[in-house]
Ligand binder design. Sequence first.
Ligand SMILES: CC(C)(COP(=O)(O)OP(=O)(O)OC[C@H]1O[C@@H](n2cnc3c(N)ncnc32)[C@H](O)[C@@H]1O)[C@@H](O)C(=O)NCCC(=O)NCCS
Ligand SMILES: Nc1ncnc2c1ncn2[C@@H]1O[C@H](COP(=O)(O)OP(=O)(O)OP(=O)(O)O)[C@@H](O)[C@H]1O
Length: 230
Amino acid sequence: MRLVGLTGGIASGKSTVSSMFKHNHIPVVDADIIARDALKKNSGGYKKVVAAFGPDILQDDGQVDRLKLGRIVFSDASKRQLLNRLLAPYISSGIFLEIFKLWIKGHKVIVLDIPLLFEAKMDKWTKPIVVVWVDPETQLRRLMERDNSTEEDARNRINAQMSLDLKKSQADIVIDNTGSRQDLQERFSEVLSQVKRPLTWTEFWLSRDGALSALLGVIIVILAGKKLFW
Ligand SMILES: CC(C)(COP(=O)(O)OP(=O)(O)OC[C@H]1O[C@@H](n2cnc3c(N)ncnc32)[C@H](O)[C@@H]1O)[C@@H](O)C(=O)NCCC(=O)NCCS
Ligand SMILES: Nc1ncnc2c1ncn2[C@@H]1O[C@H](COP(=O)(O)OP(=O)(O)OP(=O)(O)O)[C@@H](O)[C@H]1O
């Protein structure tokens, strides 16, 4: 099984690229969705975060006010580290559960869309690592346009992550998303052929079909041994 790491900076275009993989029938595990579920009312993560940050982060309906919590953690590194520490067990277990579900279904290539792939040290589980890169001005502009946020909020979120250039330097594959959507689509097509190339033997044995083949082989050897020696 091939676990492809997909990461980048906030608003660099990960979700846009992620939807292109889904459109090409490659399953995607989206860490942002898992992190969102971990904060849903009355979940384990919710209880820990409310206990740590207090009821002021809640809306009238009892759900977490994500904009308010975002303003708190993206302007204070220690509070962001606290939030990350509280949610990390729920996010990583949620990611591995989703991978297992897809492995059982026999998927051979799975994309992990994880914004904090390097920060959470999950890059060691993935190969190749695809980094969606944009220049700082484009990133800031797109983030402010998409979220209708102030420049200060947008800069706080951008600065809360590892430098995008540093992530780019650690990538196996870089998608430069500073151009148009058409440019992105063309670059994605090149990346897709690399991601879909045949599995290596190691990746095959890690897939469901490989594990079943190995199990069948062991059973045949045992049965053949019984017939010959017993
Ligand atoms: C602080 C929260 C509530 C703000 O929610 P909001 O809906 O405004 O933002 P959203 O969740 O869509 O995140 C938008 C982007 O912010 C960035 N981001 C999210 N969390 C973090 C973080 N802890 N550190 C740095 N960047 C982050 C990512 O690029 C993400 O794609 C939310 O981001 C959160 O719960 N973050 C902690 C969980 C986490 O680490 N998620 C990233 C999973 S790898
Ligand atoms: N090539 C492009 N040209 C113009 N706009 C783009 C391009 N690629 C992405 N966008 C827009 O930029 C914004 C950010 O893209 P996207 O949401 O995919 O980033 P992201 O990396 O998933 O962000 P986050 O980290 O917040 O999840 C979106 O509004 C998206 O529509």
